[in-house]
Design a protein around this ligand. Structure first.
Ligand code: PLP
Length: 476
């Protein structure tokens, strides 16, 4: 058994605005009084900063570009509004998302529809507003053709491509057309007197799972090859859209990340005391007395975030030594991308109120929060950031208390963070727990209204001066 037995901390990166809000608990209590717990609080300033970071990279390569915010990552209208003044566009994934963007006055040329399932209603809305639809399969092509015929209008389309070859094998995706079939699709079906004559080819789209720069570089080169060959046959590619999945970094210190990873593995092997609820392995498990698997979470710490990640893709060279950026420019193509999570870096936090504390039969402190697991839910195995606690009464010389935070659903697994968290003191009833950097996917993507709980209220922090006031928070 390892002697050093502390729980490994994971300190999150934060922004000054978050601390400003946290230093104003009276205002937070007033907000909770009115809107309930939990509260999602947003700020658009970092959204613009993140966009500027990407824009600066594109400009440094002198590339015509369009960054489309993938709004599936957060439901707030505030971020859609924010794109208007910045030059950003919006990637929409449903009828409601598109309709709202149109109503909010986003220009059609700044919108794209990438929805995985496209209803007739959605397609109609897109065609009527001359918005590019990204095509996924033959049935969808036929549906778009039929709606376009019915409306007696053309439909602007991009083709979603997958099956790129990487290190000798194909990159599998359930989405899109296999790259080998795209030339046939466009040359034999698009254009005058062909079966899909109402579809106007505008560009190529892909979105890759995972966070590999090299895979994206390869996919971009293969898309550029495809664009060349389509161009020789009279189909000009106006844009290549490389989707989202640009990495962001959540954590302050790499050594905390590696230490956590190592300690978790030891705990799963029984060589360190448990650091997660019921010793969950977050991807690791013991099979035949051997540690198997890998950490199945977002890479919360990484040194290839945002601009570095984008530069890596654009400077990725093909066998002839040409970079993606040089080829994009030479071919006169607009490069597009659809970041969701990384544009939302530092833009949001979730605050909940402590309702009870109790010890379970194993002696663990459980701290019940007025929120549920769907209001901060990662699509990966856990959200690995330490929360902040706003104690009403700070006590000196208290012993460190280790707790699990539990939620309001009637499920044994409604444990808000799987990690056991070490706190300076046991939270009191009414204390506040703040989870930072939750705007991208965490707060909205999986939220449900089970038990008829209301969804959390979304507020935007728009300070007027130094002191934080109730009126600085606008409902979305
Ligand atoms: C087509 C498409 N574009 C963009 C995104 C946004 O990706 P991210 O938020 O990881 O940047 C996704 C995410 O699933 C997607 O499917």
């Amino acid at each position: 058994m390892e002697q050093k037995n502390e729980l490994p901390p994971l300190m999150p990166l934060t922004s000054p605005w978050m601390h400003k809000v946290m230093q104003s608990p009276t205002t937070i209590y007033q907000l909770m009084e009115k809107y309930g717990s939990p509260l999602n609080i947003h700020r658009t300033a970092p959204f613009f900063d993140n966009y500027t970071e990407y824009k600066t990279v594109f400009e440094s390569y002198d590339l015509k570009h369009l960054v489309l915010f993938a709004r599936k990552a957060n439901k707030c209208k505030g971020f859609v509004e924010a794109t208007k003044s910045s030059g950003m566009g919006v990637d929409t994934a449903s009828y409601q998302e598109l309709k709202q963007c149109i109503e909010l006055g986003i220009q059609p040329e700044k919108l794209v529809v990438t929805a995985a399932i496209k209803s007739r209603k959605l397609i109609e809305l897109a065609i009527k507003n001359r918005i590019v639809i990204i095509l996924d399969n033959n049935d969808e092509c036929e549906l778009v053709q039929s709606v376009a015929e019915q409306l007696n209008m053309d439909a602007k389309v991009g083709v979603r491509v997958s099956g790129f070859s990487f290190k000798g094998s194909k990159l599998y995706s359930r989405f899109g057309f296999d790259i080998e079939g795209v030339t046939d699709l466009v040359l034999n079906h698009f254009g005058k007197a062909k079966s899909l004559n109402r579809l106007v080819y505008c560009g190529i789209h892909f979105h890759l799972n995972g966070y590999s720069i090299d895979q994206r570089g390869e996919a971009l080169h293969q898309s550029l090859d495809l664009a060349l060959s389509l161009g020789l046959n009279g189909f000009k590619t106006h844009f290549i859209d490389m989707g989202g999945g640009l990495l962001m970094n959540y954590l302050k210190e790499e050594n905390q990340w590696t230490h956590f990873n190592r300690t978790l593995q030891l705990a799963v092997q029984g060589k360190h005391r448990e650091i997660t609820f019921q010793n969950q392995g977050l991807g690791f498990s013991m099979i035949e007395e051997k540690l198997q698997g890998e950490l199945n979470t977002y890479p919360y710490f990484n040194d290839k975030a945002k601009a570095v990640f984008l530069k890596g893709i654009l400077s990725y060279s093909n066998r002839a030594g040409q970079s993606c950026a040089d080829r994009i420019k030479a071919q006169g193509i607009e490069i597009r991308m659809e970041p969701g999570r990384s544009l939302l870096d530092q833009t949001g936090m979730t605050i909940a109120k402590v309702i009870f504390r109790k010890k379970d039969a194993l002696g663990n402190w459980l701290v019940g929060l007025e929120m549920n697991m769907t209001q901060m839910h990662s699509s990966s195995a856990d959200f690995l950031l330490d929360p902040f606690i706003l104690n009403q009464n700070q006590k000196d010389n208290e012993e460190t208390t280790e707790v699990f935070f539990t939620g309001a659903y009637c499920l044994e697994r409604d444990i808000l963070l799987k990690r056991k968290i070490a706190l300076k003191q046991l939270p009191a009833i009414g204390d506040l727990v703040v989870f930072v950097n939750t705007a991208g996917y965490m707060m909205h993507f999986f939220e449900t209204e089970a038990h008829l709980f209301d969804l959390a209220t979304n507020l935007f922090f728009k300070p007027n001066n130094e002191t934080v006031k109730f009126s600085d928070f606008k409902i979305d």
